[in-house]
Design a protein around this ligand. Structure first.
Ligand code: ZN
Length: 474
């Protein structure tokens, strides 16, 4: 029986030739005396690899399946498998989970790292032109709040304006912050004597509609809004112009939101400045209401905070990564809601005025399953009580299962993000230490240079020599 001697990292391994030939698609299965690793004098094949890993590799040829040592880094063992041309399909079933765990860890880390990638100018671009350098400063200040002190300050200013714009929006719906333009009697007079559709459509029993028809946002709030709009417009323009790759600017959802929001805000502002013109045209009133609805989106500007608080980004990433589970939750919820609403409809058939249709039962089922229970609809017959109890019970079950998966995903991402931040901090510290070290070296070098220059001078050497010494150190 032919034996093959393998010298791996200084340790000698002996294995039968027939064992190696079992896997001809691997590196060891293709060994020939003509290969570079073969040493004629010792009749061995030499490989400069880790002998500790090699024992596990060799087990594949002896036992027919590969088992991973659990105390080593999965990534390094995968590299070892790649070197020996061993495919993942040879990994034993018991170790497959471990094998994929490393891969999954790696994938989620790459996913998180990728989501934190930032657009930036390259160093070469900045070296070449002063314009790019200025643009880069602007871009970093506007886009990456953690990049410098100026960027931090700008971000606080930006957030203050966002809060201001939100406060003005919220207060705009309060009667105390609105200026009276018509009295209730004047409104009644207009309705009776003038044929304006806007006023005719107002429901006089609805105090909100009457308030919006007889008042308008106070001058102060309008001015605050105007200031916010000018600020956001200027910010958007500079932000866009300073973007390193303009095409990619709108690939970020928040950057898409900004122009839409600004168009909506400016349009509704223009309408508010020309109330009489708008009221006379029905189509314009509809457009005004739509733009006003869009203005609510300004609350989304708060998501800018994701650039400072990575935890917020992790919540978004979790939702995105858990799309499958959330879809499952939605489907199971819809099925259960239809199921219980049909049941309650027939269980309450004999009760007058309750659950008039199955559709209204769906609303009841959703509110019961989420344990909200508004109490606007409830079963009152014995059968109905049974259905109601079952609905509440299954609702808790259906809700809890996919949510557990979502929270596990969140925990995983959160843990990975903490690791990422730790690694990032470690790398920054290392870089800082390296720069400090180089600066120190440079300082020592300059000190030596000046000392030698002075000594040269004291030695009454020629001025030419001094120049040469200085230049040589520069
Ligand atoms: Zn195993």
């Amino acid at each position: 029986m032919g034996r093959i001697k393998l010298d791996v990292g200084g340790t000698l391994f002996v294995i039968s030739k027939t064992s190696l030939e079992k896997y001809p698609d691997t590196l060891l299965g293709k060994l020939l005396p003509t290969s570079d690793n073969y040493d004629e004098n010792t009749n061995t094949y030499f490989f400069d690899r880790n002998p500790e890993y090699f024992n596990h590799i060799l087990d594949l040829y002896r036992t027919g399946s590969l088992h991973m040592p659990h105390h080593v880094c999965g990534n390094s063992f995968q590299k070892e498998m790649e070197f020996w041309c061993i495919l993942p399909r040879y990994v034993g079933d018991c170790c497959l989970n471990e094998y994929f765990k490393y891969e999954n860890d790696q994938n989620s880390m790459t996913y998180i790292n990728h989501s934190f990638d930032q657009l930036d100018y390259t160093d070469e671009e900045c070296k070449r032109s002063a314009f790019k350098r200025t643009m880069r400063k602007l871009w970093l200040t506007l886009d990456q709040p953690l990049s410098s002190i100026a960027a931090r300050i700008f971000n606080y200013v930006f957030m203050t304006v966002v809060i201001l714009s939100m406060v003005s929006f919220v207060l705009g719906s309060h009667p105390d912050f609105r200026d009276q333009i018509l009295t209730f009697e004047q409104l009644l007079w207009i309705r009776q004597n003038m044929n304006v559709e806007f006023f005719d459509n107002i429901n006089l029993n609805n105090s909100k509609e009457v308030m919006f028809a007889t008042t308008m946002t106070s001058r102060t709030l309008t001015n605050i809004d105007l200031f916010c709009m000018i600020f956001f417009t200027a910010e958007l323009v500079v932000h866009f112009i300073s973007c390193p790759i303009m095409k990619k600017f709108f690939t970020f959802p928040l950057n898409v939101l900004d122009p839409v929001l600004l168009v909506a805000m400016w349009t509704s502002y223009a309408f508010e400045q020309n109330l009489e013109f708008m009221i006379e045209r029905k189509e314009l009133t509809v457009i005004y209401q739509i733009t006003k609805a869009f203005v609510v989106l300004r609350l989304f500007r708060f998501f800018r905070l994701v650039k400072i608080y990575s935890g917020l980004k992790i919540i978004l990433l979790t939702l995105y990564a858990s799309a499958k589970e959330l879809f499952l939750l939605f489907i199971s919820f819809v099925i259960a809601a239809v199921f219980f609403s049909s049941f309650v409809y027939y269980a309450e058939f004999s009760v007058a005025n309750e659950f008039p249709t199955i559709l209204s039962g769906i609303w009841w089922a959703i509110i019961t399953m989420t344990t909200v229970g508004y109490g606007d609809m409830y079963p009152s017959s014995t059968y109905g009580h049974f259905v109601g109890a079952a609905c509440a019970f299954f609702g808790i079950l259906i809700l809890s299962m996919p949510i557990a998966v979502v929270s596990t995903n969140f925990f995983e991402f959160y843990k990975k993000n903490m690791e990422r931040e730790r690694i990032l901090k470690f790398k920054t510290d290392c870089e800082k230490q390296k720069t400090d070290c180089e600066q120190q070296k440079q300082q020592t070098f300059t000190d030596i240079s000046s000392t030698s220059t002075e000594s040269n001078k004291s030695d009454d050497s020629t001025s030419d020599n001094t120049c040469v010494t200085e230049n040589s150190y520069i």
